[in-house]
Design a binder for this molecule. Sequence first.
Ligand code: BG6
Length: 509
Amino acid sequence: MSSSGIIGESRVNDPVTIVIFGATGDLTHRKLIPALYIAFIQDMLPGKFTIVGFARRDYDDAAFQGMMAESIKEFSRIPTEDEAVERFVKHIHYHKGDISSDAAYDELRYKFEDVERFPENRLFYLSIIPDLFETAVRSLKRSRLVDAPGGKQWSRVVIEKPFGRDLESAISLNNTLLQYLDESQIYRIDHYLGKETVQNILSFRFANAIFEPVFNRSYVDHIQITAAETVGMEKGRGGYYDEYGALRDMVTNHLLQLLCLVTMEAPGDLSAESIRNEKVKVLNAMKLDVRKNISDAVCRGQYGGGMDETGKEIKGYLDEDRINPDSDTDTFTAMRLSINNWRWAGVPILLRTGKRMAKKTTEVAVQFKVPPLQLFQQVQCEDDVCDITRIKPNTLIFRIQPNEGIFLKVGTKRPGMRFVVEDVKMDFSYSGKWRNSLPEAYERLLLDTLHGDSTLFTRSDEVAAEWNVVQPILDNLDRLKPYSYEPGEWGAPEADWLFHGVEGKWRNK
Ligand code: BG6
């Protein structure tokens, strides 16, 4: 099982029943069902498959199918055809039940005796609040809806983040899950790993020989990763977000995963275990770069109210729905890390993420050192008007979204009589090379779970290692009160301080 890592494009052969817990939730509507529909029309799903929506509300199959058809039409990334949508939704079935009630699972088990309609390979997708993970997994085991691995049929369980809220709870959640399931049956989803551009970091680094020799402390000045969003609290999200905040919502998973991919050593092969072993190794070497005080290495922020460019009022975080009015939850977090290994020792690593920032953008920028001898003058020009600037370092930018691509900033002689250097961007963008829209992360990840490929899913020791990196922040929250920042800015300006002693600043682009 879980050994290929490059299955991707092939069709799933095993007949399967996919059960979605939390089937009336947003993720199901926006992502899961549209992703399965696309897999269906691309002929990636097996000949025999059934999708079961499990939730508490009172629907019958027809009503639920109708809702799912609407979701597909609204959220599919490619234009839909009514006839194909109709054919697809016929595979969907609704099961009304309460996740906490044994009877709901027993009824499902009873239903599943019709193996013609409900194939015995089963994928359970837990799109539910984390407090219910344990109940769901225990009940699945008790009712024999999941079997131990190694039998004729397989059972797998997909879990959505957050995997715990600190190191201790993450370890305890792992232990609980492992009481009922084998590690090989658990797929902890981090949708960033399903993004093409994120996977491309590995390909770019290890399929090309020219960059790897300079990816280390001798040549790299610093690395900065930004995941900025313009949205605030989307409808209904406040309750969850106020409990977790930016650090737990984005850093302990997406941002640290991005960092792993840019800094890990090359795996010996592309198997799930080899890749994840390397990620765990580099995670274990990561530390907050605390000199005297933790606030030298961490900056937390919370957005206040303001106006957008059309003059419309933007609510401050504390005025958003379902937010505690005294909350000191972070809607912005920035930090400085170091990686204590031979390759990266001494290279500052800067991460930041936040809501209500200036732009929706996610990127990883590797900034190289400036040349040892400054022979040229650098200029920054607009048409023919140029300013003399300091020599600019080369920067390699992995643009995760939007405008997906890879850019390399280099200095080039500006045409003319004088020997001056201007920055240009060598630019590869996906849209320039491939016309089709990029697959959604969930399309790839769902197919991987059906193939049994766990390369792009987080292993239990990886989750614990991620929490371990940020645990000192969680232990010191009372010393890290969030600074207020204005919506539409680049988060709390105090985060600039994290660059102390570094040649550079946040790329606010
Ligand atoms: C989710 C977070 O995991 O990622 C959200 O819970 C965030 O708060 C989202 O908005 C961002 O994902 P993307 O793919 O839009 O960068």
